[in-house]
Design a protein. Structure first.
Lengths: 293, 426, 373
């Protein structure tokens, strides 16, 4: 029983982090129809900045700087690169983000050199706590709480602010919303800003011994790859879907690695996703396109 | 216009054929390598990589991939050895030259680099990575190329081209268990957990733990992980649930940090024993650092630690520190130096046999035993298919340069390890 | 009157076509001669790089047809490479206590391996038929994960993940491509394993290109494009959407299967699954790289996929060969050839998409048009 509680808590905590990543991913997709292959690199970059800032500053201000940096990097990618590729199809833009991902990953790995792997979860990493009679790592619980707060905040903003209205309008119909006076580039740029920021927050949980494992920050790029199945499973056009998808991926991974084996866990995530897609081809909450002749 | 295009095509074709027939080819089958001809100095037979004044050795290393910490250190050790040899007049009247090639731990990149090196180098003083050894093993046999790999699976001892320096993973695990039992940490009939990377590396370690368990009626609970899995929570939970009295690790350093850290978080206090590659000093700066330093975790190495009092180690240390004043030392430089010493002995043997060809080198390997100036236990390559030694230095993590301290000054070898038959032992 | 005007035009066109055909054949013959002689001039390490480019090109041709012509995004290409390689190893090598093998003739084994890959692609059709765009892309990615896991679970088929298993080289009616003591010389250079395999790869690439061109210019290609442009419309016009999609996946997978067999030959007969799902020959990283090849070359263009392969598969292997003999830095932060290669590779992808969204094939077409004008 304690093992089960542990698996559930781990799964939910990990899933909440995936939800943050998947949410950013979906926001970017909704605004620009671009699949962002560089999402892991946004997280990695934020983490690298936090790591460098921590050499001079306490933990919390460093995290703030890193999150802002990741958000700005997202903005830069959109403004400097994507917006210049006017004739490119969404597929080509996705490939462009692969190029960005390779450059960032290579450069940060080079900069880290042979130094010890950075860890970013100072206040909670590797600290046990007791919950329902089981001993669990604090990281998972903190991650779950922080992620739920942020996601709640996002949904409120999405529903009640002008920015949210503009986002929804543009996702609904880009041309009509432009005609209504919504500045398309602002919506697009802000989507990348938010996506980058969320990735920057996710990394402070990924780069821990508890979730990312012994490679710390270096593993976060790989772990962040799980945002893909999470976002697709929930439906790429749905923010709610991203959250559900993230939690589902986290739970699947945690339960499969606990009760089957570690190697099977990542396959299990994709099998669950495949199963969902066969039943619902646009994900759990995704919009199904109507065919018109 | 039509005519023009026809003419152009005609020209292209003529050019191509003309180029082809304009005498002999520019390509020499083993270009650049053949020096000294059949004769060379003092009538020594040579082929590739040896000229009248230079012996060239390649180093297939990793300077930019996941094992760059290891690769950089070993290459530095190789180069230090070459510099020392050249200072004292070289080997067989020739200077040693080392050509490093960075594979980035990718087999695809290694194949062309090997093809380039095989035209220049007599052999390989270093070869990092089991995927790369796997990709190159057959070409190496075809080319009669000898190499010292930085991986120690006894399953690779099937060909004489693989010159393995130090105890193999299976032997390491046998010695480790034997030591734990000699200290009263485990007893006959206990359950032992073994977390291993599901690869040649981990499986070879498992061979050893299973052998020891069979001799002592122990039960081995297996937890395979893939080499990139970095969060070992579930594996540790599993072993804890099975009531393991000790945990063996044949994992990556990152996985060691995860396993030891998670064990601490879950209150699992049994001893951990890791093979050589499970540890790097950088782990002390991870959240698992305090657990590693608590004495719960032991490991071993084929050679003495960085802060050793052995004179040769002290000399490597001072040279390295002078060249890298800010660098964090690893075990790489000493290991690379040992690899060099082994090659030195092989070259001396081949020289006295009068045959510095690749075939001659392969023959020489099986005649040498190497005194590594107390950097390792004595190495004996005269038994093909067997590890060159079955003794290892037991280590514990410590806050010292290099991150490791000796558990006991002399190398440890167990009775079980001596009686164990490696897969290709004849 | 009208006849009198028309006649010369027809002759002119005929004449024009004769010339074109003549030029085409002359070029093919010239290319053949160049390929025949190249191994006598080019050092082995460069031949090896060229061979790897051709392996990538064959795989990318299959993918570019699927994505560019049939409009189905796939990130599963390396899975079918793996299937092809494993199938070849199983058919061609003799069985041992450790590995399952049938010991069939190598040529037959290669053909069977390609067919097995095609069948695997067709088996995916029920899923690929239901999904579109990025959903299909990520769904197909799960095949790579599945393949990685299966290959690691079944070492008796796929070889162990660390040391692999060996399959024989091709023996083409007595001509051994894996010969170790060659008796054939071209311009006094012995034609050993590398040189012969280079010829083999060049021939396979040419055949793959010709077949792909045939398919794309014919009925098959028209069906694909109809489905790509508008599924509903295609269905109304009597094109079986399900069949077209399944066929596209099968053909694309056959190409990947051939590339998988070539990969085994390139590794001197070694079939080895990866140790990690995101690092190695059949990894997710390479699956994404295949897509990058197609986009860089220009989606749907066979020639473009060759250019794409040269950049994506060729550049990372070629750059480290041009290195100065350096001493090693301790910090590990040096710009090594591998680091520089990756940076250039990433930057090139970005620049090509921004400035040449139709890929390098588009650039080529424009250049040709400029010259012809």
């Amino acid at each position: 029983m304690t093992t089960f509680v542990q698996a559930i808590v781990n799964g939910l905590g990990e899933g909440a982090v995936f939800a943050l990543l998947a949410l950013g991913f979906v926001i970017i997709y909704k605004a620009t129809e671009t699949v962002n292959f560089a999402h892991g690199s946004l997280a990695l970059f934020g983490g690298y900045v936090i790591y460098r800032a921590k050499e001079h500053l306490p933990w919390f201000p460093s995290v703030v700087i890193g999150v802002v940096a990741a958000a700005l990097l997202g903005l830069l990618i959109e403004r400097l690169l994507l917006s210049r590729a006017k004739n490119a199809t969404p597929d080509s833009l996705a490939i462009l983000t692969i190029g960005v991902d390779i450059v960032i990953l290579t450069e940060i790995t080079r900069r880290l050199g042979t130094a010890a792997a950075p860890f970013l979860g100072d206040p909670y990493d590797s600290k046990p706590m007791h919950l329902f009679g089981a001993t669990v790592s604090r990281t998972y619980v903190v991650a779950l709480i922080v992620a739920l707060l942020l996601i709640g905040l996002f949904f409120a903003a999405f529903r009640y602010t002008n920015w949210g209205l503009a986002m929804r309008a543009q996702a609904e119909n880009r041309e009509a919303s432009a005609l209504m006076g919504i500045r398309s580039w602002r919506v697009t740029a802000s989507a990348w800003l938010v996506g980058g920021g969320l990735a920057g927050i996710a990394v402070i949980f990924l780069a821990t011994n508890d979730i990312g494992g012994g490679s710390g920050l270096l593993a976060s790029h790989t772990v962040a790859f799980a945002a893909f199945p999470a976002a697709v499973l929930g439906g790429l056009t749905s923010a709610e879907g991203a959250v559900v998808g993230g939690l589902l991926v986290g739970l699947t991974d945690s339960i499969a690695s606990q009760y089957v084996d570690l190697n099977f866990a990542s396959v299990a995530v994709y099998l669950v996703m495949l199963l969902v897609l066969v039943v619902r081809p646009a994900g759990l909450f995704g919009r199904v396109e109507q065919a018109r002749v | 216009m039509r005519l023009k295009r026809l003419t152009t095509t005609g020209l292209v074709t003529t050019c191509a054929i003309g180029l082809a027939l304009s005498g002999c080819s520019v390509k020499d089958p083993e270009a650049g390598g053949i020096g000294g001809g059949g004769g060379g100095a003092r009538g020594i037979k040579t082929d590739v990589g040896v000229t009248a004044d230079t012996i060239t050795l390649g180093a297939m290393t990793d300077e930019s991939g996941v094992f760059k910490v290891l690769g950089l250190g070993i290459t530095q050790g190789n180069q230090m050895w070459a510099a020392d040899v050249n200072k004292s007049g070289g080997i067989c009247g020739r200077k040693i030259k080392i050509v490093p090639a960075d594979t980035g731990y990718s087999a695809e990149k290694a194949v062309p680099l090997y093809n380039q090196l095989k035209g220049q180098a007599l052999g390989l003083v270093q070869l990092i990575g089991s995927p790369i050894l796997a990709a190159l093993k057959k070409p190496m046999v075809n080319d009669k190329m000898a190499a010292i790999p930085s991986s120690w699976a006894s399953t690779n001892l099937d060909v004489p081209n693989v010159v393995m320096v130090g105890p193999t993973y299976d032997v390491e695990m046998i010695n480790g268990l034997s030591y734990l039992q000699s200290q009263g940490k485990i007893k006959n009939g206990d359950t032992i957990g073994h977390i291993y990377v599901d690869s040649e590396y981990g499986k070879n370690g498992l061979l050893g733990s299973k052998y020891y368990a069979s001799k002592h009626k122990m039960n081995v609970v297996q937890a395979p992980v893939s080499s990139t899995a970095s969060d070992l929570t579930s594996a540790v939970t599993k072993l804890k649930g099975a009531g393991a009295k000790a945990v063996l690790l044949t994992t990556t350093p990152a996985q060691t940090a995860s396993a030891v850290g998670v064990a601490k978080a879950q209150g699992l206090t049994v001893p951990f024993y890791g093979s050589g590659p499970t540890y790097t000093p950088q782990l002390l700066d991870t959240p698992a650092g305090s657990a590693l330093l608590s004495g719960q975790f032991l490991t071993d190495a084929l050679m003495v630690p960085w802060n050793s009092t052995v004179p040769q180690a002290a000399s490597i240390r001072s040279q390295w520190t002078k060249a890298n004043p800010k660098g964090e030392p690893t075990f790489g430089p000493i290991q690379g130096y040992v690899f060099g010493l082994v090659w030195g002995q092989i070259l001396l043997q081949a020289c006295s046999d009068g045959d510095l060809t690749r075939a001659g080198v392969l023959k020489a390997v099986q005649k040498v035993s190497v005194d590594t100036r107390n950097l390792t236990a004595s190495l004996d390559f005269t038994y093909p298919g067997q590890p060159s030694t079955r003794a290892q230095f037991l280590m514990k993590p410590a806050r010292v340069p290099g991150g490791l301290d000796l558990v006991q000054p002399q190398a440890y070898v167990s009775q079980e390890a001596l009686s164990y038959k490696t897969p290709f032992q004849k | 009157m009208s006849e009198a005007v028309e006649a010369p035009v027809v002759t002119a066109r005929r004449d024009h076509e004769t010339v074109r055909t003549a030029v085409k054949y002359a070029l093919i013959v010239a290319a053949g001669i160049v390929v025949w002689l190249l191994p006598a001039y080019v050092k082995n390490e460069w031949l090896v790089v060229l061979m790897w480019i051709m392996t990538g090109a064959v795989g990318a041709m299959g993918l570019t047809m699927l994505v560019g012509q049939a409009g189905q995004l796939s990130l599963a290409h390396t899975f079918f490479l793996l299937v092809g390689g494993v199938a070849y190893a199983v058919f061609a090598s003799k069985g041992t206590s450790e590995y399952i093998g049938f010991g069939l003739p190598t040529l037959l084994s290669a053909v069977l391996a390609v067919l097995v890959s095609a069948a695997a692609g067709a088996l995916f059709a029920p899923i690929s038929g239901r999904l579109r765009g990025i959903y299909l892309g990520v769904a197909s990615l799960s095949l790579v994960f599945l393949g990685f896991w299966l290959a690691n679970q079944l070492p008796s088929l796929a070889g162990s993940a660390s040391s692999g298993r060996y399959a024989p080289s091709l023996n083409f009616f007595g001509f051994d491509f894996g010969v170790q003591t060659p008796s054939l010389y071209v311009l006094n250079v012995p034609m050993g394993q590398t040189e012969r395999t280079f010829w083999l790869f060049a021939a396979l690439t040419a055949i793959a290109y010709a077949l792909g061109r045939g398919a794309m210019n014919g009925r098959v290609g028209r069906g694909w494009r109809a489905v790509r442009d508008n599924e509903a419309m295609a269905a109304v016009m009597g094109v079986s959407v399900v069949r077209q999609k399944a066929m596209a996946f099968a053909i694309s997978s056959a190409y990947a299967g051939l590339a998988g067999v070539m990969t085994v030959w390139w590794y001197s007969g070694l079939m080895k699954p990866d140790e990690a799902v995101d690092h190695g020959t059949y990894s997710t990283t390479v699956a994404i790289s295949f897509l990058a090849m197609c986009v860089i070359g220009g989606l749907g263009s066979l020639g473009g996929s060759v250019i794409g392969a040269a950049l994506v598969f060729g550049l990372p292997l070629a750059l480290p060969l041009i290195r100065s003999e350096d001493t090693v830095s301790a910090g590990g932060t040096a710009f090594t050839p591998v680091v520089i290669t990756n940076l250039i590779y990433g930057a090139l992808i970005v620049l090509i998409v921004i400035f040449q969204p139709r890929g390098l094939a588009g650039l080529w077409d424009r250049a040709i048009r400029l010259v012809r004008r």
